[in-house]
Design a protein around this ligand. Structure first.
Ligand code: DC
Length: 213
């Protein structure tokens, strides 16, 4: 079974995808980590991300070289890496380099039972034939509070206003890019998590998945 989960940052899609995969014994791929890994490695190699188009060849090479599962996950959650990931993700060549890796994971998940992929273009581009698709969203103020709480564990210098500005900028870039923008697939089930906790979202989604099994 293939489950596609899309939505903006801090919508709750990652927590949902992970817990859903555990509940059903499926494998989980957080596709944002792929873009984050490309961005982290590019920053480490001093690739100029002010002009991602001009650096397409170097970025594409980094993307091609990624092997799943990622061995090195250091630094992927940093705010700076998240912003850079959104920039590298706007390049069609980088996205193309990562498509086959994501599809291959979904087609042959290690458990052999099923796969849950979360990201921005899973239902629209990566797995258009997924068995079930969800689009998870929440009010931007709620998302900013969640992400601020999460990031402040490692970095208490970030203000809520900075996190809100960061999410707003990233949303705009992810939704307006020419290639694979963040939009709900026509057949995605829309869930607003603004007033739901993680357990409520999981129960709701799990019951919908059970109906499709
Ligand atoms: O889900 P995340 O915050 O870890 O994703 C980081 C960035 O990667 C996000 O701003 C946009 C990009 N991304 C994408 O374009 N397509 C995906 N399937 C997943 C992430």
């Amino acid at each position: 079974m293939q489950i596609a989960i899309d939505g903006p940052a801090a919508s709750g899609k990652g927590t949902l995808a992970k817990t859903l995969a555990m509940k059903f014994g499926f494998d989980y791929l957080d596709t944002g980590t792929l873009y984050r890994a490309v961005a982290r490695d590019a920053l480490a190699q001093s690739v100029d991300l002010q002009d991602p188009e001009g650096q397409a060849e170097a970025l594409c090479q980094i993307a091609h070289n990624l092997v799943l599962p990622l061995e090195n996950t250091d630094g992927l959650r940093a705010a700076e890496v998240a912003q850079a990931a959104s920039k590298v993700a706007s390049l069609a060549a980088v996205r193309d380099a990562l498509i086959a890796k994501q599809r291959s994971f979904a087609a042959t998940p290690p458990s052999g039972h099923g796969a849950v992929l979360d990201g921005r273009d899973i239902g629209t581009v990566i797995l258009p034939e997924a068995d079930i698709k969800f689009y998870i969203d929440a009010d931007i103020a709620v998302r900013a509070r969640r992400r601020h709480l999460e990031l402040s564990v490692h970095d208490d210098s970030l203000t809520l206003a900075e996190v809100l500005a960061d999410l707003t900028e990233r949303d705009a870039r992810d939704k307006n890019r020419a290639t694979a923008p963040l939009i709900p697939a026509d057949d995605a089930i829309f869930i607003d998590t603004s007033e739901k906790n993680a357990e409520e979202v999981l129960q709701l989604v799990a019951s919908l998945v059970e109906e499709r099994q």
